[in-house]
Design a protein around this ligand. Structure first.
Ligand code: ADP
Ligand code: TRP
Length: 330
């Protein structure tokens, strides 16, 4: 079973990204033939200068490898290293009705917000369809927000097969040049709060970054906003941001003990923050060390990406050949 997913590189990953997405993404690698890619072509939508693009792409590779994506068990590559995807996108564009693309939310939301929209954003779902279809993907793990794009992908694949493949049977999905994929909607994690209590997000500047220096991490954790209950007074764990973060890091029995200390009073928020800092390091120090090591070993990282791209191209070339043949381009 081919499992495929792409992640847009968007800068330094934080605790919210990890618990909301990265962790599940990485856990899935053991469940099939995983294809994971860094969606730099999709990132063109927001990133508009060379240096940022280069560094986002490289950093994403370092992040995923450090956090446990294992190139022995899956194929990690950069989207644009497989030029076949752009050709498939063009072909799929011709079975993509305007009405359907008009309803796709990436474009619709941007337009509703009065943003300037361009062809790239409009065609975003068509490129995503090409990403998925080029590798005969069976399962596409995505967050709920991407479900619509996978459904569009399936519709386009059906339409292509119906148009060009006389043996295609829409009931079984057999006999087409393109395999019909299914979305696997990743379990929703409760929103991870940032240091100011709002949703943790780069755009709010309230993140705890996974790979910041020890000093920065400490600073980020120490600035988590708490109320002014005095040390000796009882505290309500359920309304506290530090506790909300501890929930992600602590096992159930430790968490219960911590909640007890909140309720009994006598412990200040500073101590709970120290505990959070400790648990952060317990959880991420191995990945942090691995990342530091990889940073000094970029040849290895580049080799992983090159091998990944070669494998992806091999699979993609064959599927594209079938598509070109079906529609008479070959
Ligand atoms: P940001 O808001 O920092 O720009 P992104 O939009 O790049 O984060 O998020 C990438 C992924 O991480 C998404 O799949 C999103 O669901 C997840 N994610 C981001 N922030 C949080 C959060 N605070 N809580 C849970 N999941 C999150
Ligand atoms: N659009 C996805 C996102 O913003 C990233 C992505 C691009 C993707 N191509 C994909 C995800 C193909 C799954 C399959 O998160």
């Amino acid at each position: 079973m081919r499992i495929l997913s792409g992640l847009k590189p968007t800068g330094r990953p934080h605790v919210g990204n990890y618990f909301g997405a990265l962790r599940q993404w990485i856990d899935l690698q053991s469940q099939g033939d995983g294809f994971y890619f860094i969606a730099d072509l999709h990132a063109l939508d927001g990133v508009r200068d060379r240096e940022t693009m280069r560094s986002y792409t490289q950093n994403a590779a370092l992040d995923y490898l450090a956090l446990g994506l294992d190139p022995e068990h899956c194929t990690l590559f950069v989207q644009s290293d497989v030029p076949e995807v752009s050709e498939l996108m063009w072909i799929m564009g011709h079975v993509a009705p305007m009405g359907l693309l008009n309803r796709a939310h990436a474009y619709k939301d941007a337009q509703a917000k009065g943003k300037e929209v361009d062809f790239g954003l409009f065609a975003y779902p068509v490129l995503m369809a090409a990403d998925i279809l080029l590798y005969h993907s069976d399962t596409v793990p995505v967050g709920k927000d991407q479900k619509q794009h996978v459904e569009i992908t399936r519709d386009l694949a059906v339409k292509f097969n119906q148009t060009y493949c006389p043996d295609f049977d829409p009931d079984t999905g057999e006999g087409g040049a393109l395999r019909l994929p299914n979305a696997l909607i990743m379990e929703e994690t409760a929103v991870v709060p940032g240091t100011d209590g709002r949703k943790m997000s780069k755009s709010y500047g309230n993140t705890i970054e996974l790979f910041a220096t020890d000093k920065q991490v400490k600073k980020q954790i120490m600035r988590v906003v708490t109320d002014s209950t005095p040390v000796e007074d009882p505290k309500d764990p359920d309304s506290d941001n530090v506790y909300a973060l501890l929930k992600l890091f602590c096992e159930a029995d430790e968490l219960e003990a911590v909640a007890g200390r909140y309720r009994s009073g006598g412990t200040g928020y500073g101590d709970f923050k120290k505990l959070l800092l400790e648990r952060f390091h317990d959880r991420f120090d191995a990945a942090r060390a691995k990342r530091a090591e990889l940073e000094h070993n970029l040849d290895y990282v580049n080799e992983v990406l090159a091998k990944g791209a070669a494998r992806a191209r091999e699979v993609g070339r064959e599927v594209l050949d079938g598509v070109q043949h079906a529609c008479g381009l070959r």
